[in-house]
Design a protein around this ligand. Structure first.
Ligand code: ADP
Length: 462
C-alpha cells in the first residue's frame, strides 16, 4: 500500500522546534508526551535565560535579532542536521508560513510539520487563495478573485459594481498592512497608487485586489485538520473579534450565536477546500461574519496562537495531531464528529503597558498563575525570567473552560484576579476590564468593539 510506504518514510523520532516562548514550550511538551525527542533552539538572548546545551538546554543558532536566528533558514536547517532531528516544527510566526522553508526542509530530507509547500504558496497569495476558495464553494467577500488592472477607469467601474465602501488589498499583504478602505469614487485613484506602492515596497509584490468593505463584521474562524490520505475535518469555530490594531487580544470557542447548520455547512466547505488543494496538517480559515453570513478573508497554514480554546472545547490535542499526520498517519475521523463541549476563553497576556501598549521587557520578579479545574496556562515564564526586548510581547496565555459561556466568564474573572506578574507591566488590567464589559459579556461584539472602548473608555464596574 502506498500509504504504508509513505508513512514509514516519514517516521521520525526527534523534532527540532524552530520557535521560542510559550509555543516552543507547548510543542516540547507534546513531543515528550508522544515519545519523541524535542530539540530546542534559541537565539543568544533566549539562550542566556536557558540551561546550557550540556544540561539539556537549547542549541544556540545565532544572534538575538530574529532575522539572524529564528528566521535564518540555513541556521535552522544546520541545527536540525547537527542534532540529527528528523522533523522541524515551526510553531507560529517566524518560518511557519514560509513555502521556501518548507521546500528546503523536504529537499534536505527533513519533515516539515505543516502543509506541503505548494499549499502554503497558494494560501500565501490572497488572490490565489480567494480563487481556490471560490472554486471549493467557500463563501467569500463580494469582489472578484482577480488582480486589479492598471486602468483606473476600469477599477472605478469595478468599485461601482461592488458598491462603496470597498477595500483595496495587497495580494501579498499580512499583519494587517497593505490595505485601504475607499468610500467614494473621488478617492479611488490615490488609494490604488498608494496601496500599490506600499505592496511593492513591503511585500515585493505589486498585485492588488478589491472587495466589499464590511462595516460591522465579527471575526469568526474555522479550525481544520487534514492528513495525506484525503481525510479533512473541521474542528469547531472560534470568535476572535476582540482585536487591537488587527491583533487578537481575547479569543473564545465556540463563536457565540452562530446557527449550527450554517456553521456545519461552512466548516464542511473548508474541509472540501483542503481536499482540493491537497492540504496536510492543521489550518485555519478566517472569515468575517456579518448579518448571519460568512465571508472568507484568508487561510493561515499553521497552528494558531488561539488553538487552545478549540482543544478545550473539542477535546483534542492539535499538536499531537500535527505530529501524527506529519508521520503519515491517518486521522481518526470518528473522533471529530462530536460538537463542542462547553465554552472556552483565552486571554493573551502581553508584556506591555496596559494604557500606552508600549512593550515592557525586563526581569519578572514574581509570576503567579492560577490553577484548578477548567484553568490552563500556556507559558514559558517563571520568577526571575527576563523578557527580552527583541520579540513579540506574548508571555502567557490564560485559558479557561467551563460548561457554559457565563460560567467560563466567571471562571476567567477569578483566574485573572489570581494572576500576579511583577517586575514588568502587563495587559492584565485590560483583560479585567474586558471581562467586566457588559457588551463583551453579552457576546457577539464586532471587530471594532475593543478599539472603540479603548478610545471612549470602558463602563465602570463594581
Ligand atoms: P492580514 O493577513 O494582514 O491579517 P486579513 O485579510 O486577514 O489581513 O485582514 C485583516 C483585517 O482587516 C481583518 O481581520 C478585518 O479586520 C479587516 N478586513 C479585511 N478585509 C476586510 C473587508 N473586506 N471588510 C472589512 N474589514 C476587512
Amino acid at each position: 500500500m502506498s500509504g504504508k510506504s509513505l508513512a514509514s518514510e516519514r517516521r521520525f523520532s526527534s523534532v527540532l522546534i524552530a520557535n521560542r516562548g510559550e509555543i516552543a514550550a507547548r510543542v516540547k511538551r507534546a513531543c515528550l508526551e508522544m515519545g519523541l525527542t524535542p530539540v530546542p533552539i534559541a537565539s543568544q538572548a533566549d539562550a542566556a535565560e536557558a540551561p546550557s546545551l550540556a544540561e539539556g538546554g537549547p542549541l544556540c543558532i545565532g544572534p538575538s535579532t530574529a532575522s539572524k536566528s529564528y528566521l535564518n533558514q540555513a541556521a535552522v536547517i544546520l541545527a536540525a542536521r547537527v542534532s540529527g532531528a528528523g522533523a522541524v516544527h515551526p510553531g507560529y510566526g517566524f518560518l511557519s508560513e514560509n513555502a521556501d522553508f518548507a521546500a528546503a526542509l523536504e529537499k534536505a530530507g527533513l519533515v516539515f510539520i505543516g502543509p506541503p509547500a505548494s499549499a502554503i504558496r497558494i494560501m500565501g497569495d490572497k488572490i490565489a487563495a480567494k480563487r481556490a476558495m471560490l472554486a471549493a464553494g467557500v463563501p467569500c467577500v463580494p469582489g472578484p478573485g482577480e488582480p486589479l488592472p492598471d486602468d483606473v477607469g476600469v477599477i472605478a467601474a469595478l468599485a461601482e459594481e461592488i458598491g462603496y465602501p470597498v477595500i483595496i488589498k495587497a495580494a501579498g499583504g499580512g499583519g494587517g498592512r497593505g490595505m485601504r478602505v475607499v468610500r467614494s469614487s473621488a478617492e479611488i485613484a490615490e488609494a490604488v497608487s498608494l496601496t500599490r506602492e506600499e505592496a511593492r515596497r513591503a511585500f515585493g509584490k505589486p498585485e492588488l485586489y478589491m472587495e466589499k468593505f464590511l462595516e460591522k463584521p465579527r471575526h469568526v474562524e474555522f479550525q481544520v485538520l487534514c492528513d495525506e490520505h484525503g481525510n479533512a475535518v473541521w474542528v469547531g469555530h472560534r470568535d476572535c473579534s476582540l482585536q487591537r490594531r488587527h491583533q487578537k487580544v481575547v479569543e473564545e470557542a465556540p463563536a457565540p450565536g452562530i446557527d449550527p447548520a450554517l456553521a456545519a455547512a461552512t466548516g464542511e466547505r473548508c474541509a472540501e477546500a483542503c481536499r482540493q488543494i491537497g492540504y496536510r496538517g492543521v489550518g485555519t480559515f478566517e472569515f468575517l461574519y456579518e448579518n448571519g453570513a460568512f465571508f472568507f478573508i484568508e487561510m493561515n497554514t499553521r497552528l494558531q496562537v488561539e488553538h487552545p480554546v478549540t482543544e478545550e472545547t473539542a477535546g483534542v490535542d492539535l499538536v499531537h495531531e500535527q505530529l501524527k499526520v506529519a508521520q503519515g498517519e491517518a486521522i481518526d475521523i470518528a473522533a471529530f464528529s462530536g460538537t463542542a463541549s462547553g465554552h472556552a476563553f483565552e486571554c493573551r497576556i502581553n508584556a506591555e503597558d496596559p494604557e500606552s501598549f508600549a512593550a515592557s521587557p525586563g526581569r519578572i520578579t514574581l509570576a503567579r498563575f492560577p490553577e484548578g479545574p477548567g484553568i490552563r496556562v500556556d507559558t514559558h515564564v517563571y520568577d526571575g525570567y527576563r523578557v527580552p526586548a527583541y520579540y513579540d510581547s506574548l508571555i502567557a496565555k490564560l485559558i479557561v473552560h467551563a460548561p457554559t459561556r457565563e460560567e467560563a466568564i466567571t471562571l476567567m474573572r477569578k483566574a485573572l484576579a489570581e494572576t500576579r506578574i511583577e517586575g514588568i507591566s502587563t495587559n492584565l488590567p485590560l483583560h479585567v476590564k474586558i471581562f467586566n464589559d457588559p457588551d463583551f459579556v453579552a457576546g457577539a461584539v464586532t471587530i471594532h468593539h475593543l478599539e472603540k472602548r479603548l478610545k471612549e473608555g470602558f463602563p465602570a464596574h463594581a
